[in-house]
Structures are given as structure tokens and as C-alpha cells.
Ligand binder design. Structure first.
Ligand code: NI
Length: 402
């Protein structure tokens, strides 16, 4: 039995589930995680874990210094909820109208508190230092919370040698971990296109520049970037998710605003899509005589795992859960703020199977999203084992260097 498993008693796991449910009842949006942050700090204090706070306003850094010297391994959890009205009937349903933990960050935060407690218990045997990074504003792309935390100096005193993060994953059953070398999550950019035409009477189109017509052509044109410009063996998605414009059925619209997102993995694909995007938007507006304003926000980069550390996660998961615990997975084009940590430090991000056994599994960000709480014990075990395994790696390097 692994060290982590031995400490994961039913009582311990239930306490962490209760903490998760408390976070679930009291969701806070990106950048407003004040109460969540206070609770995190008090749990760390209770566990005797040293911490610092105030990074990116609500971010918290827990520090566990092992009895022996070694590497520095960081683990990150995100704390924010979404502006969604929860439609579930759960005993621990959100008590805040219009806000919901629909992305499982409540579980991530609770699990990291658990991982901290477990590692604190093992402190005497630990070679090295563990950093617990509780980050705000993951959902607030493109600004996010990881970059502001780093800018606020979260790693100034102790820089990690590697960093790990996880996300509950409703596509995988409990007991399975999704991890892969290189890309695991996509780059997510955001755009807003404001088409300015000139309005008029619906019966006299010749006197107008119809912003609705320009918008409809644009939406279709944009899809040709993926189908005609991107190499079919690469990946890209362009989604126009929101259209607003027009005033009345018999008035030609003067203005239409389109908002959407662009997802890619490779940098060169992102650059290609972005430059074609500008050409098509500007060109289409021009041929219709409309004016156009483009706001393009470069969002999170692709989440790129360091192969060596992805391998450590795989090994830790297989050790903890059995040999078939890490099925091969394709990357997802979802965006993830953890990518910015991985731009600076080596590490790996993995998916924690959290699929419900019964009923229809709603996806992340759905108002009826539910996670299978059995994943919480698994997540704590795999993450703790990963940290221990990574620390062992550094200890080995040090011994080898002697
Ligand atoms: Ni999320």
C-alpha cells in the first residue's frame, strides 16, 4: 500500500468531501474568491502548514518544507466559480443566485487542502519542499490568475523545479487518469467584431449598408479558415458564440457585434488562423462598404506537458490505481490557465476521471454539471503520489551528482 493510501482513511476523505461541499454551496466568481481564500488559509493554519497570501488578491501559497533537502515541487488548484444558475437539486446546491461551481474548482481546492494535509503528515520523510498554489480567476481568460500570481512574486522566494495540476474530467470514469506528453489543452483566444453599417427602412435596402448581411457572410467565411487554410492533420476551432444587432423586423440593422473564440494547439497554427481571421474580417467588411472594428484577445497558450513529468504522473497513477489507470487520451481544445505556469516551469497537467455512474453526465460549465465525489480520494492519492515520486526523482539526481 502506498504512503498516501495508508493515510486516506474514510474519515479523512469525508472531511475533504465536506470541505468541497461547503465551497460548492458558497461559490465566488473570478477575482472575488475572498471567502474561499480565507477558508483555505484557515485550513492550512489548522494543519500547521506555513502559508502566504495576497497574491493576485486572493491567491494563497502553502509551503511544506520537508525534513531533508531536495527539489521543490508545486501543486496548483483553481478556486473560482462561474456565473451560472445551478439547476441541480443537491443537498449542497449553490446558495448564491447566479453563481455555481460548474467546473469542479470546488473539488480542486478541497483536494489540494487534502494533499497538503497528507504531505504535512509525511513531512519528516520528505526530501525537499512542496508548494501548494491556490490560484484565483482561472475562468477569467485572457487575464487569468496564474500570471498575476507570478507577477505578485508567488515564486520569488522559492521557485518550483516542477509544477502539477489536475482537472476533474467527466468523460473519464472514476479511477482513470488522462495524461499525455506535450499538448493536453488548447490555446484559447477570444474576439469581438463590431460591424458598423448604415441603417434604414427594410423596404429600401439600396439606401443602407446592412450589417446583418455582412455578419452572416463573415460567419460563413470564417469557417473556411479551418476547412481550407489549416492543415487537415492539425487542429483548430473557430466559434462565433454570440451575435447581437438590429432593432426591429422592419429596420435594416446599422450595427452587429459578433463574439467568439479561436482554439488551437500549435503556435504556428494559431498565427495562421489569427492572420487569416484579420484578412477575412477586414476584407468582407470592405467589399460591403461597412466599417469594422476587431478586438482580438490572445488568451491562454496551449497547455504543454513536459514529457518527463507526464510520465511521472502516469507512473504514480498506475502505482496507485493499477496498470490500466491511464488510458490513451486525445488532447482537448479547452483552454486552461495552468498553461502559463507550464510556460515558465516544467511540469504536467492531468485529468481526473469524475464521471457519474448513473444518469446523464452533463459537461463542465453546464448548469446541471455534477461530479462523482468518489474521484476526490483518487485525486488526492494520485496527486500526493505524483509529488512524492517527483521529489524522489530530485533526490536521485542529487545522489547521482555526489
Ligand atoms: Ni475548470
Amino acid at each position: 500500500m502506498g504512503k498516501a493510501k495508508a493515510l486516506l482513511t474514510d474519515l479523512f476523505v469525508q472531511e475533504i468531501i465536506d470541505i468541497r461541499r461547503d465551497f460548492h454551496r458558497h461559490p465566488e466568481l473570478s477575482g472575488e474568491e475572498y471567502e474561499t481564500s480565507k477558508k483555505v488559509q484557515s485550513y492550512l493554519q489548522e494543519a500547521g502548514i506555513e502559508f502566504r497570501s495576497g497574491f493576485a488578491k486572493t491567491g494563497v501559497l502553502g509551503i511544506i518544507k520537508g525534513a531533508k533537502r531536495g527539489g521543490v515541487v508545486a501543486v496548483r488548484a483553481d478556486m473560482d466559480a462561474l456565473p451560472i444558475q445551478e439547476q441541480n437539486n443537491l443537498p449542497y446546491k449553490s446558495k448564491v443566485s447566479g453563481k455555481m461551481h460548474a467546473c469542479g474548482h470546488d473539488a480542486h481546492t478541497a483536494m489540494l487542502i487534502g494533499v497538503g494535509r497528507l504531505l504535512q503528515e509525511m513531512k519528516e520523510e520528505i526530501h525537499g519542499t512542496v508548494l501548494l498554489v491556490f490560484q484565483p480567476a482561472e475562468e477569467n481568460a485572457p487575464i487569468g490568475g496564474s500570471k498575476p500570481m507570478m507577477e505578485d512574486g508567488v515564486f520569488n522566494d522559492i521557485a518550483p523545479d516542477c509544477i502539477f495540476g489536475l482537472h476533474v474530467w467527466p468523460d473519464l470514469p472514476v479511477g482513470k487518469i488522462g495524461v499525455r506528453a506535450h499538448e493536453i489543452m488548447g490555446a484559447s483566444d477570444r474576439f469581438k467584431i463590431t460591424i458598423q453599417g448604415s441603417g434604414g427602412h427594410a423596404s429600401m435596402p439600396h439606401q443602407t449598408i446592412d450589417a446583418v448581411i455582412v455578419a452572416s457572410q463573415l460567419i460563413n467565411q470564417l469557417q473556411t479558415i479551418v476547412s481550407r487554410n489549416v492543415d487537415p492533420l492539425d487542429s483548430a476551432v473557430i466559434t462565433v458564440g454570440k451575435i447581437t444587432g438590429g432593432d426591429r423586423y422592419n429596420v435594416i440593422a446599422e450595427k452587429v457585434v459578433l463574439e467568439g473564440t479561436i482554439r488551437t494547439f500549435k503556435n504556428e497554427v494559431k498565427s495562421l488562423v489569427k492572420s487569416r481571421f484579420y484578412n477575412i474580417v477586414e476584407g468582407t467588411a470592405k467589399i460591403h462598404g461597412a466599417n469594422v472594428e476587431i478586438d482580438y484577445f490572445d488568451g491562454y497558450p496551449a497547455t504543454m506537458n513536459t514529457p518527463k513529468w507526464a510520465d511521472v504522473v502516469k507512473k504514480a497513477a498506475d502505482n496507485a490505481l493499477g496498470n490500466d489507470a491511464t488510458p490513451e487520451v486525445n488532447p482537448s481544445l479547452g483552454g486552461e490557465d495552468f498553461a502559463r505556469f507550464l510556460e515558465k516551469y516544467e511540469g504536467a497537467f492531468f485529468w481526473l476521471g469524475s464521471k457519474m455512474e448513473e444518469g446523464i453526465q452533463k459537461p463542465l460549465h453546464d448548469s446541471q454539471f455534477i461530479l462523482n465525489e468518489d474521484c476526490i480520494a483518487v485525486g488526492m492519492e494520485v496527486m500526493t503520489t505524483t509529488v512524492l515520486e517527483a521529489l524522489t526523482n530530485f533526490a536521485k539526481v542529487k545522489e547521482g551528482a555526489k
